[in-house]
Each structure stands twice: as C-alpha cells, then as structure tokens.
Design a protein around this ligand. Structure first.
Ligand code: AMP
Length: 216
C-alpha cells in the first residue's frame, strides 16, 4: 500500500506519519528528514541539498527523485511524507512505482490555512538528540528548552524562522498545491482537516486509511 501525505509545511505530516507508520507498519519516507540527516553527516547529497533546504527552496527534482527511487526499491507499504512536491516529481513517481508492481493507493491532503501553518512552524522546536517535535503553543515541553523524552536540547529548525517559513509556504502554494487538483483527477484523493487537535487528525487519517484498506 502506497500512501502520500500531502500538505503545507506545518500541517502535521511528519508527526502524523510517525504515528501512522507505527500503527500500520508503513515504511516512513520523509524527504525533508533524509535531507537534514544527510546535511548533518556532510555527505555529497547533503552538501548538494544544504543551500536549498536552508533557504526554503525545493531541492532540484533530479536529485530528489534519484534519492526517492533508491529508498522506494522493494517497499510495498510506504508512507510518503514530503514527496512529491510538484508536478514533475508526481510524474516521476508513477513509473518508479509501476516498475515494482505498485501504484498510489491514497493521497491524503492535510488541509490547513496558511496563517495557522505559519504560526505552527515558527513556534515549533525540535530535540537535537532524538528528533521529538514540540510546539511552545500547542505542545510545550515540561521543562523549557528540554525534550520530555530524552532531556536533549530543543532548537528551532533553521528553516522555521518567520521569513523562511513564509517562503516555504509560498513555495507550497505555487508548486505543491497544484498536486491537489492533479490527484483529485486520479481518484485516489482524500482530504482531512488538519486544523483539529493532533488526536482528532490521527483519528480521521486512520478512518481514511482503514476504509481504503477495506476496499482491497
Ligand atoms: P520538510 O521537512 O518536508 O518541510 O522539508 C524541508 C526542506 O527539504 C524543504 O524546504 C526542501 O528544501 C527540502 N525538500 C524536502 N522534500 C523535498 C522534495 N520532495 N523536493 C524538493 N525539496 C524537498
């Protein structure tokens, strides 16, 4: 089963993907997470991607697609978080899946107003040690600046500052939103209101996945 979570930065794709992957056993393929760890490890791919990620621009399509192709190989149950991000990537994904006998089963759009997305992004803090995500408005840590899970230091992602977050949301509107129309026409499209509580969004995502699995 191949599921795509589509949504603006800040809509909760990463958080929900981790919950859904644990529940259903999906392989979680998060392109942003992969780039961040490649950048931290200073690999060739990381060095190529660093400037784009830092400034909130999309990494060039051929670089992303090549990386995703490698990660998708042999994956039968996969949750795509952050890919595809534009029409060219959507066009590249279909043949990658079909060559291993797979197809997209579901595209779930996590719909969130831009103003709310910006608020969530700029108030997000991430644990530098274990990657746990907090938000000083909706999910503050018990001790300020410290991770509840491992006690690591919480930091702001470089691309979550107001100016860069705003830029990322513009990139979403210009390049990623057209995928809503594209996948609606492909009949695999579902939409969930991402402005609800984390638990409510999880419940609605599970309902969508369960009804799709029931059809198989
Ligand atoms: P994310 O963690 O999904 O918000 O992604 C962080 C950054 O990684 C983005 O702003 C882009 O610079 C880069 N990135 C992640 N996924 C893609 C993608 N599919 N295509 C191009 N760039 C991407």
């Amino acid at each position: 089963m191949i599921v795509i979570l589509l949504g603006a930065p800040g809509s909760g794709k990463g958080t929900q993907s981790r919950i859904l992957s644990a529940k259903y056993g999906f392989k979680h393929l998060a392109t942003g997470d992969i780039f961040r760890s490649e950048i931290a490890a200073k690999t060739t791919l990381g060095l190529k991607a660093a400037e784009y990620v830092k400034s909130g621009k999309l990494v060039p399509d051929d670089t992303v697609t090549e990386m995703v192709a490698g990660k998708l190989e042999g994956a039968e149950k996969c949750l795509l978080d952050g890919f595809p991000r534009n029409l060219a990537q959507a066009h590249a994904l279909a043949p990658l899946l079909s060559r291993q006998g797979e197809a997209i089963d579901l595209v779930i759009f996590m719909n969130l107003p831009k103003k709310e997305a910006l608020k969530r992004l700029t108030s997000r803090r991430v644990c530098g040690s274990c990657g746990e995500v907090f938000n000083f408005i909706s999910r503050p840590p018990k001790t300020e600046g410290k991770c509840d899970q491992c006690g690591g230091n919480l930091t702001q992602r470089e691309d979550d500052t107001e100016a860069t977050a705003d830029k990322r949301l513009m990139v979403f509107e210009d390049l990623t939103r057209p995928l809503v129309v594209y996948y609606k026409a492909e009949q695999v499209f579902q939409e969930v209101d991402a402005s609800q509580s984390l638990e409510e969004v999880t419940k609605n995502l599970c309902a969508v996945i369960d009804s799709s699995r029931a059809l198989r």
